[in-house]
Write a protein that binds this ligand. Structure first.
Ligand code: SAH
Length: 218
């Protein structure tokens, strides 16, 4: 192998090792995260740090989540290849790209048009044809496409948003960080049952806030 190929293989091994050591153990999730290179989702100055297990700044004052948190949330979502998934908070598009390898179809929305445009470009380059990215206020979900088998919210809400609960199928699962935006939040898994909702508290997390309305660029 060339030096460069060696370096890429070594970097990938370390990346997967960090995921496993933080509790990402689901083989399908690890395989998807091995296939989707985080590099293209981070532009400019911070791109060198793409393979470190840390959140990084992206455009519009937002962040791409820490890979281990992406892995743990994806694992908690228990996605199958028959599922129609909604992601609220496209950001860089990294989480949606991983979901696209596990689900039938992924709808992802962000309040910033620019982020949706940049992410769509990457989805096209990677030929991820089952992702539909839209500019929208995701706190209202996506009524035209509802109901969903799975919903993942990658921005923190004070409570799980009512419209999202309403757009979850019976038996469906939603993963959402809940709490004040400037504090440590709790990652919650909500399962819709025949008669209501079950709530599991998973772990502390830190996300940018879910903000109402479209961004000024949207
Ligand atoms: N999942 C992303 C990281 C998301 S950061 C990734 O893989 O890179 C959180 C994102 O949520 C930001 O891009 C922010 O613009 C978006 N957001 C915040 N409030 C929103 C809302 N009401 N509707 C849609 N997107 C929202």
């Amino acid at each position: 192998m060339s030096d460069e190929a060696d370096e890429i293989a070594e970097r990938k091994m370390q990346f997967l090792f960090a995921l496993r050591s933080k509790g990402v153990t689901d083989a399908r999730v690890l395989t998807a995260m091995e296939k989707i290179d985080r590099g293209p989702f981070i532009r400019g100055y911070f791109s060198e740090r793409a393979y470190e297990d840390m959140p990084l700044p992206i455009a519009c004052g937002q962040t791409i989540s820490q890979p281990s948190v992406v892995g743990l949330m994806t694992q908690a979502l228990r996605v199958s290849n028959r599922d129609k998934v909604l992601e609220v908070g496209t950001g860089s598009g990294y989480q949606a790209a991983i979901l696209s390898l596990l689900a039938r179809r992924v709808y992802t929305v962000d309040r910033h048009k620019r982020l949706v445009q940049d992410a769509t470009e990457i989805f096209n380059t990677l030929d991820l044809t089952n992702i539909i990215a839209l500019t929208a206020d995701g706190s209202f979900g996506l009524p035209d496409q509802a109901p969903f088998d799975r919903i993942i919210v990658t921005a923190a809400a004070e409570d799980p948003p009512g419209p999202l609960l309403a757009q979850l199928k019976i038996g469906g699962i939603m993963v959402v960080p809940v709490g004040q935006s400037d504090a440590v939040q709790r990652l919650i898994r909500v399962t819709r049952t025949e008669s209501g909702f079950d709530y599991d508290e998973l772990r502390p997390v830190r996300f940018v806030p879910l903000v109402e309305g479209l961004g000024r660029d949207g």
